[in-house]
Design a protein around this ligand. Structure first.
Ligand code: COA
Ligand code: MG
Length: 307
């Protein structure tokens, strides 16, 4: 991620592994109990689409109790609240503030104002700067405003850290069908990715609904990885391992990154912009990429990955 020393206007964001990000309905006690022991990098406790209208309050209370108990795990915990413009959003936000999760995920973000409104409410509640915002990109309007929305994260004091593709809502809103390979969804996914990268944010791919089809999931994870996503949002524990593998740092990538760092550290190469390594051209931009990959691998506890 972009560091404040490289780009003084930007907020410093630590590099984190977000290979596997599991939705857990906040009204499902059994699933909530299991979440801490699962090997996903992050959990999104959901108060929105996964919880029926009659269960919103019960789910909110259950989540509050869950955070009061705490967790020894170092994964990121995120709370997806209902839209702030609707009946439950404000109460969800109040509860989420008191839980101090890693981030609050805003659903159906349409415009910059949705982020600014949430930031204002967080400031009014004296939420610490470490409480971040993530945004669901899942409406036609939100996609059209993707860059402006993402840019709120690169302004000083901005809390937005991550864009999350909401492919089911996009399909519902547009009528696009999602067959294998997601041919008609790809350009929108890349739009989300581009907007995130322009602002130095992370981007997560959408969910794979057919949770018993692990081979199909592996194929979609591979596709998301090639598109540049940091990880995939998931709906079932059985999907975690394929996502961790697909979005993880492979031993080969780790070895390549270490070789690039070592090559540029060689006094012979001091100050050089471009060198050759095993017959390949390597530039300083590759060094930056390699250093970032090593940092990411360190967050996945891969041995020898410390830069
Ligand atoms: N998080 C944590 N645990 C989960 C889980 C999840 N998202 N989904 C399932 N589990 C647990 C179940 O509780 C069950 O635990 P147990 O065997 O120890 O009792 C185990 O995994 C196996 O579950 P399974 O029987 O295969 O599935 P299910 O029928 O219980 O649930 C879904 C299927 C799709 C309803 C469920 O996975 C789910 O609710 N996923 C999240 C949906 C969501 O959040 N959607 C909104 C965002 S798109
Ligand atoms: Mg949605």
């Amino acid at each position: 991620m972009i560091s404040s020393s490289e780009n003084p206007g930007m907020v410093h964001r630590p590099v984190r592994a977000r290979r596997s990000v599991l939705y857990v309905p906040a009204d499902n006690a059994r699933a909530m109990e299991k979440a801490a022991d699962l090997s996903c990098d992050a959990v999104i406790f959901d108060l929105e689409d996964a919880v029926g209208p009659q269960d919103k309050e019960r789910a909110r209370n259950a989540l509050s109790e869950r955070f009061a108990v705490g967790s020894a795990s170092d994964k990121e915990y995120v709370i997806r609240i209902n839209a702030l413009s609707g009946a439950w959003g404000r109460d969800d936000l109040d509860m989420a503030c008191s839980c101090r999760p890693s981030a609050i995920l805003l659903p159906k973000v349409d415009a910059v104002a949705d982020i600014v409104d949430a930031e204002t409410l967080l400031e009014e509640r004296a939420a610490p700067p470490v409480l971040r915002l993530w945004a669901m990109m899942e409406t036609p309007r939100g996609l059209s405003n993707a860059l402006a929305i993402a840019d709120t994260g690169s302004k000083p004091g901005g809390r937005l850290d991550c864009l999350v593709a909401g492919t089911n809502d996009l399909a519902k809103e547009t009528g696009v069908v999602i067959p294998e390979g997601r041919p008609f969804m790809t350009s929108w996914l890349m739009q989300i990715l581009l907007a995130a990268r322009a602002a130095g944010l992370d981007a997560l791919d959408g969910v794979y609904n057919d949770f018993r089809d692990i081979e199909g999931l592996r194929a979609e994870c591979a596709e998301g990885r090639l598109m540049g996503f940091d990880g995939k949002t998931l709906i079932h524990p059985g999907q975690i391992e394929p996502a961790n593998v697909a979005f993880g740092v492979s031993p080969q990538a780790l070895a390549d990154a270490r070789a690039i760092v070592q090559a540029f550290a060689d006094p012979e190469n001091a100050g050089r912009g471009v060198i050759q390594l095993d017959g390949r051209m390597v530039e300083r931009l590759h060094l930056e990429q390699a250093e970032r990959l090593l940092k990411k691998a360190a967050t996945q506890h891969i041995e020898g990955s410390e830069p």
